[in-house]
Design a protein around this ligand. Structure first.
Ligand code: RB5
Length: 153
Protein backbone atom coordinates (compact mmCIF):
# COMPACT_ATOMS: atom_id res chain seq x y z
CA UNK A 1 0.00 0.00 0.00
CA UNK A 2 1.42 3.37 -1.00
CA UNK A 3 2.04 5.75 1.91
CA UNK A 4 1.35 9.49 1.55
CA UNK A 5 2.43 12.09 4.13
CA UNK A 6 0.19 15.16 4.25
CA UNK A 7 0.59 18.51 5.97
CA UNK A 8 -0.92 21.99 5.89
CA UNK A 9 -1.05 25.29 7.68
CA UNK A 10 -4.17 26.80 9.25
CA UNK A 11 -5.37 28.36 5.95
CA UNK A 12 -5.62 24.88 4.45
CA UNK A 13 -6.67 22.85 7.49
CA UNK A 14 -10.14 22.05 6.10
CA UNK A 15 -8.85 21.12 2.66
CA UNK A 16 -6.14 18.95 4.24
CA UNK A 17 -8.81 17.03 6.18
CA UNK A 18 -10.84 16.63 2.97
CA UNK A 19 -7.84 15.34 1.00
CA UNK A 20 -6.83 13.01 3.84
CA UNK A 21 -10.30 11.40 3.69
CA UNK A 22 -10.06 11.15 -0.09
CA UNK A 23 -6.68 9.42 0.14
CA UNK A 24 -7.94 6.89 2.69
CA UNK A 25 -11.08 6.19 0.60
CA UNK A 26 -8.80 5.70 -2.42
CA UNK A 27 -6.77 3.01 -0.62
CA UNK A 28 -3.68 4.94 0.51
CA UNK A 29 -2.09 4.86 3.93
CA UNK A 30 -1.82 8.43 5.23
CA UNK A 31 0.65 9.97 7.66
CA UNK A 32 -0.99 13.21 8.85
CA UNK A 33 1.70 15.65 9.99
CA UNK A 34 -0.76 18.42 10.98
CA UNK A 35 -1.77 21.09 11.50
CA UNK A 36 -4.72 19.98 13.57
CA UNK A 37 -6.93 23.09 13.74
CA UNK A 38 -7.57 26.49 12.15
CA UNK A 39 -5.35 28.20 14.75
CA UNK A 40 -2.64 30.27 13.06
CA UNK A 41 0.65 28.42 12.47
CA UNK A 42 3.68 28.82 10.18
CA UNK A 43 3.63 26.93 6.87
CA UNK A 44 7.41 26.10 6.87
CA UNK A 45 6.90 23.87 9.93
CA UNK A 46 4.61 21.61 7.92
CA UNK A 47 6.22 21.89 4.48
CA UNK A 48 9.61 20.93 5.89
CA UNK A 49 8.15 18.15 8.06
CA UNK A 50 6.49 16.52 5.05
CA UNK A 51 9.60 17.09 2.91
CA UNK A 52 11.77 15.39 5.54
CA UNK A 53 9.37 12.44 5.74
CA UNK A 54 9.68 12.00 1.96
CA UNK A 55 13.46 12.47 2.04
CA UNK A 56 13.88 9.89 4.86
CA UNK A 57 11.68 7.41 3.02
CA UNK A 58 9.02 7.31 5.74
CA UNK A 59 6.46 7.63 2.95
CA UNK A 60 6.36 7.25 -0.82
CA UNK A 61 5.16 10.78 -1.59
CA UNK A 62 3.86 13.89 0.12
CA UNK A 63 1.08 16.43 -0.24
CA UNK A 64 1.41 19.92 1.29
CA UNK A 65 -1.26 22.62 1.36
CA UNK A 66 -1.28 26.28 2.40
CA UNK A 67 -3.33 29.28 1.28
CA UNK A 68 -1.73 29.51 -2.15
CA UNK A 69 0.50 26.40 -2.24
CA UNK A 70 3.45 28.71 -2.72
CA UNK A 71 4.97 29.17 0.74
CA UNK A 72 4.63 25.52 1.65
CA UNK A 73 6.12 24.33 -1.68
CA UNK A 74 9.10 26.69 -1.28
CA UNK A 75 9.60 25.24 2.21
CA UNK A 76 9.36 21.59 1.13
CA UNK A 77 11.77 22.25 -1.74
CA UNK A 78 14.51 23.22 0.75
CA UNK A 79 14.72 19.57 1.83
CA UNK A 80 17.31 17.55 -0.06
CA UNK A 81 15.78 15.22 -2.62
CA UNK A 82 12.40 16.91 -2.61
CA UNK A 83 10.80 18.00 -5.87
CA UNK A 84 7.63 19.79 -4.81
CA UNK A 85 5.25 21.06 -7.50
CA UNK A 86 2.59 23.67 -6.76
CA UNK A 87 -0.28 22.79 -9.10
CA UNK A 88 -3.66 24.40 -9.59
CA UNK A 89 -4.88 22.18 -12.44
CA UNK A 90 -4.86 18.44 -13.20
CA UNK A 91 -2.72 18.77 -16.36
CA UNK A 92 0.15 20.44 -14.47
CA UNK A 93 -0.19 17.81 -11.77
CA UNK A 94 0.12 15.01 -14.33
CA UNK A 95 3.13 16.59 -16.04
CA UNK A 96 4.79 17.23 -12.67
CA UNK A 97 4.92 13.44 -12.33
CA UNK A 98 5.61 12.48 -15.94
CA UNK A 99 8.38 15.04 -16.56
CA UNK A 100 9.62 16.22 -13.15
CA UNK A 101 9.02 13.12 -11.01
CA UNK A 102 7.54 15.43 -8.37
CA UNK A 103 7.55 13.58 -5.06
CA UNK A 104 5.53 16.30 -3.31
CA UNK A 105 2.33 17.94 -4.59
CA UNK A 106 1.48 21.42 -3.25
CA UNK A 107 -2.04 22.83 -3.37
CA UNK A 108 -3.53 26.23 -2.51
CA UNK A 109 -6.71 26.07 -0.45
CA UNK A 110 -7.53 29.66 -1.45
CA UNK A 111 -6.93 28.83 -5.11
CA UNK A 112 -8.76 25.57 -5.78
CA UNK A 113 -12.17 24.37 -4.64
CA UNK A 114 -12.23 21.06 -2.73
CA UNK A 115 -13.71 18.94 -5.55
CA UNK A 116 -11.22 20.36 -8.04
CA UNK A 117 -8.41 19.76 -5.56
CA UNK A 118 -9.47 16.11 -5.42
CA UNK A 119 -9.25 15.84 -9.22
CA UNK A 120 -5.75 17.38 -9.13
CA UNK A 121 -4.71 14.87 -6.47
CA UNK A 122 -6.24 11.96 -8.42
CA UNK A 123 -4.35 12.90 -11.60
CA UNK A 124 -1.08 13.32 -9.67
CA UNK A 125 -1.44 9.99 -7.88
CA UNK A 126 -2.18 8.07 -11.07
CA UNK A 127 0.57 9.59 -13.25
CA UNK A 128 3.97 7.90 -13.58
CA UNK A 129 7.43 9.34 -14.25
CA UNK A 130 8.36 8.82 -17.90
CA UNK A 131 12.16 8.73 -17.39
CA UNK A 132 14.23 8.99 -20.59
CA UNK A 133 15.22 12.57 -21.43
CA UNK A 134 13.49 13.76 -18.27
CA UNK A 135 15.77 11.62 -16.09
CA UNK A 136 18.88 13.52 -17.13
CA UNK A 137 17.22 16.84 -16.25
CA UNK A 138 16.21 15.88 -12.75
CA UNK A 139 19.69 14.39 -12.28
CA UNK A 140 21.13 17.84 -12.98
CA UNK A 141 19.00 19.28 -10.19
CA UNK A 142 20.18 16.55 -7.82
CA UNK A 143 23.83 17.09 -8.71
CA UNK A 144 23.52 20.85 -8.19
CA UNK A 145 21.84 20.19 -4.87
CA UNK A 146 24.75 17.94 -3.84
CA UNK A 147 27.24 20.73 -4.55
CA UNK A 148 28.78 19.08 -7.60
CA UNK A 149 30.49 21.92 -9.56
CA UNK A 150 30.24 19.77 -12.71
CA UNK A 151 26.47 19.48 -12.36
CA UNK A 152 25.81 20.75 -15.91
CA UNK A 153 27.97 18.10 -17.60
C1 RB5 B 1 -1.29 32.29 5.49
O1 RB5 B 1 -2.07 33.44 5.66
C2 RB5 B 1 -0.72 32.28 4.07
O2 RB5 B 1 0.28 33.26 3.95
C3 RB5 B 1 -0.18 30.91 3.73
O3 RB5 B 1 -1.19 29.96 3.87
C4 RB5 B 1 0.35 30.72 2.32
O4 RB5 B 1 -0.58 31.13 1.37
C5 RB5 B 1 1.70 31.19 2.05
O5 RB5 B 1 2.27 31.00 0.97
Amino acid sequence: MEVIAIGSDHAAFELKENIREFLIESGYKVIDMGTDSSRSVDYPDFGIAVGEAVSRGDCDRGIVICGTGIGISISANKVKGVRAAACSDPYSARLSREHNNANVLALGARIVAPEYARSIVREWLDAKFLGGRHQKRIQKIARYESGDPQWKQ
